[in-house]
Design a protein. Sequence first.
Length: 560
Amino acid sequence: MDVDALIKPFTGKTGGVISALRAVMRDAGQIDSAAQRIVANCFNLSLAEVRGIISFYDDFRTSPTAARAIKVCQAEACQARGCRELTTGLEDALGIRLGESSPDNTTALETVYCLGYCHAGPNVMVGDTVYTDVSAEDLDDLIETADTKTPADVFPRREDQQQLIFNRCGQADPLDLDAYRADGGFNTLTHSSTGILSDIKQSGLRGRGGAGFPAHIKWQTVADQDSEEKYIVCNADEGDAGTFADRMIMEGDPYLLIEGMLLAGQAVGAGKGYIYLRSEYPRAAVTLSEAIERARTEGLLSEFDLEVFIGAGSYICGEETALLESLEGKRGIVRAKPPLPAIAGLHGKPTLVHNVITLCTVPWIIRNGGEAYSRIGVGASTGTMPFQLSGNVRHGGLIEVPFGMTIRQLLEDFGGGTASGRPVKAVQIGGPLGAYLPPALFDTPLTYEALADIGAGIGHGGIIVFDDTVDLAEQARYAFTFCEHESCGKCTPCRIGSVRGGELIDEIRDQGAEPERITLLHDLCETMRDASLCQMGGMTPIPVESALKHFPRDFGLEET
Ligand SMILES: Cc1cc2nc3c(=O)[nH]c(=O)nc-3n(C[C@H](O)[C@H](O)[C@H](O)COP(=O)(O)O)c2cc1C
Ligand code: SF4
Ligand code: FES
């Protein structure tokens, strides 16, 4: 391997060192000390810095990786579909535990958190291929063949939806630029900066990445900055278990995202955009890159250029400041705010960071007017939301409907009950940092406000269904395990709290839910909620405390 030649194309590029390390990994299956030294030299970094970056990201290794790594999704939607049993079956069949390689290093069994096919789990990735609905009996197929079991994307009862974003997805050739234009695509580019800003404000659009923050405030802030250099960064890290909307739109209608980013660039005066894409989405990477190339060839990117940057396996890099660090080629350590990215973001310049779906909503708003958008939905939850139904549900998939439908309507009308035929015991809404809710709360309308009233959040729109075999104490344990694995480590409440919280739940499950233990658990959750630097530590208490509140029997407590 000629490491110099391999990494040369990435020197001088934003985040180039991570792309270079990825190239070495792809080529050699490891980044050994000789390669580390060459990378350090080439990027003018110390060896310690390069090693620091390597150790932060799950995708990078410093010793030889197995010829074939079987990555088994361990996240919630796959848990609801039996990934724990699948893992045990694979461990028995291969004679190795999760996290180990076979003695001859031909096969490794690895953990991955969400592959974006949550409606069809349990899921496994081998190479760039996702295998869905896998059982341990499929092991030979996984090892021997390259056949894909990856299913087509699903839109249950499409005709009952109001698709402002996903109307072309799955219907049109994603890369046919002429067809996109014939459907009105890119006809918005003549709009003025002030016109776009005014429509975004009128629309009431809120960010779909999780926090639901009003988009226009960020747009206006970036637009108001006096800087020659500004950026649009699309957050395509989609790490929440049970979510796959970003993947589907990027694979199914990539020009929509490009048009949304172009409009954002025009409105705030940015000339460059990056799409930070998680490495678990190789198909999206290919489609997006090809779409960008075709748009560039057609002259659409003459004033605003776009690049896809591929992450390296880290949930916390979905948090916007950790993402910016990563995009700058560093460990994904969360930044303290202020300054906000809108004022000092990528390379210290004003940066508009938005989720894929937020940006994909923009073309509809500009085509139809902010006022028209604001009339859809309920109150301050304007527009539509692509809800993603997964886990133990008969008809999983993506459903784009206006805010306001109840959880029950979505589960029963679209989902058709559980896949197992057993009663629903709980849903988790909003990803791994989201609340577990019991059927008694299923008449809650899906709006930001109504969910906040019951201590929950919409997050990125993932709804994971669990039948009555789920143990919510085990799910609470998982919330801490996940936080421990994904914490960036910057602050104590999250770094240490997640470890102690996991130990405490183990004690409660093994030795009993004594009042002191439960009080300690609440205290720990309060400390994490109030004293964590970002919402990774701040929101991990939500799944834990909602499980404890709504399902006390699973912890060995009486119902109150
Ligand atoms: C731990 C953590 C993980 C996050 N992961 C994502 C993610 O995968 N995708 C995303 O769009 N936003 C994610 N966010 C939210 C981002 O920090 C940020 O709010 C968002 O990208 C802004 O875009 P929006 O305004 O369109 O929502 C995450 C936040 C936290 C605290
Ligand atoms: S809460 Fe966790 S992820 Fe966030 S800054 Fe602190 S240690 Fe990092
Ligand atoms: S693919 Fe397993 S939770 Fe998403």
